[in-house]
Ligand binder design. Sequence first.
Ligand code: FMN
Length: 200
Amino acid sequence: MIDRNPVEMDLIPQIRSRWSPYEFSNRPVEAWKIKTILDAARWSANSFNEQPWRYLLATRDQPQELAKLLSCLVESNQTWAKHLPVLMISLAKKTFSRNGKPNRVAVHDVGAAAAQMTMQAEALGLHIHQMAGIEISKIRQLYQVPDDFDPVAAIAVGYPGENPDLHEDYRKKNHAPRHRKPFDEFVFTGSFGKPSEIIK
Ligand SMILES: Cc1cc2nc3c(=O)[nH]c(=O)nc-3n(C[C@H](O)[C@H](O)[C@H](O)COP(=O)(O)O)c2cc1C
């Protein structure tokens, strides 16, 4: 396992190995692994078990579908993601099916499913790189997305490895140091901004 994360605590291997690479191997991803990571997303906790996530999926087996999905990313993301064998776009259902009321945490649940998918991918030797940089109106139009759904993020899936064709800018970005905020900036007790004793 490549331990790229200078974590402070004894985290599970999938969290320690996870990161968002720009460089991926050319190797295709087996269909069973794609289904497995989608199953991991499926079993995510979610509000009222609404399961608000949906996925548009394309793989290299269907080059036209993959090109269509790639065209829904902003140009900068296309530069590196064009080498990926699997792309997805997640969508969130904005209302509860049982009563039509707004689901305030739909996007939260789609994010939780993405995190769970990512951990499963790590366990299978894959990496995931998510993208907010997507073309919302183009996705709506190309895929006839119903009004009740919002595109959320793109998800690139592949094996780690070298790619001699990767644009030089992204090769550099791939090796940039990774940083995280200290605990006292995001864990509070008593009032907002007051760091908890437990994390000192
Ligand atoms: C929801 C989400 C959206 C992101 N959008 C982009 C993006 O559009 N382009 C990109 O290159 N990286 C994107 N990233 C990757 C982040 O930049 C990356 O996760 C962050 O810098 C932390 O690095 P790490 O994942 O290696 O820990 C996104 C990640 C997430 C979770």
